[in-house]
Design a protein around this ligand. Structure first.
Ligand SMILES: NC(=O)c1ccc[n+]([C@@H]2O[C@H](COP(=O)([O-])OP(=O)(O)OC[C@H]3O[C@@H](n4cnc5c(N)ncnc54)[C@H](OP(=O)(O)O)[C@@H]3O)[C@@H](O)[C@H]2O)c1
Length: 159
């Protein structure tokens, strides 16, 4: 029986590299790409199958920053697969820090100027949106969505 591997955020970056690497090790895996963007995931699926024709590759749509989507995906994974051998919780975001121009100019003319340039304290800001579920986007995407996914996969009762 084929081993089943689920990778969240498999459509690019580390997640995609992981899928390729796992298939190089065992090209008879069933690789399930759990991705937000189905179009991107289908393109990755085609490329993986072209390189590893013996593999099975499927796509499950999930937005880990949306609890309804996560619950639906957990239900779908349980319905589709009798076993999951490995689940890689890779999907994630890291907003780029931005320079806070206002803090820069007010710091320039203050007594904290040396401290400001030696530590960058107050100079960099990171925006974090609030999701439809009322949670910080980075937290829900990187942590909470995956927590609910794993909880849903582990529970006998369907969500
Ligand atoms: N690269 C690094 O140096 C580094 C360092 C520390 C930690 N990490 C962590 O490692 C993981 C992968 O990083 P990476 O560099 O490969 O990032 P990446 O290239 O930006 O890829 C992130 C993947 O996560 C998916 N994703 C983002 N938000 C999602 C959501 N709400 N629902 C479902 N999928 C979502 C993206 O899908 P879309 O294509 O739809 O956007 C993409 O496939 C992340 O969790 C990141 O925080 C990376």
């Amino acid at each position: 029986m084929r081993k089943v591997v689920v990778v969240t955020g498999a459509s690019s970056g580390v997640g995609l590299a992981l899928c390729k690497r796992l298939l190089e090790e065992d090209d008879e895996l069933h690789m399930c790409l759990a991705c937000r963007n189905v179009g991107k995931a289908e393109a990755v699926r085609a490329a993986l199958l072209a390189a590893h024709p013996a593999a099975e590759v499927s796509v499950v749509q999930v937005d880990v920053s949306n609890l309804r989507s996560v619950i639906r995906a957990a239900r779908e994974l349980k319905q589709r697969f009798q076993r999951l051998d490995y689940v890689y919780l890779n999907a994630g975001i890291m907003p780029n820090p931005q320079l806070n121009i206002k803090a820069l100019f007010s710091g320039l003319f203050s007594r904290k100027v040396i401290h400001m340039f030696s530590t960058a304290e107050g100079l960099l800001t990171q925006e974090d949106k609030v999701t439809a579920d009322g949670l910080q986007e980075v937290f829900e995407t990187n942590v909470f969505g995956h927590f609910i996914l794993v909880k849903g996969l582990g529970s006998r009762s369907s969500y």
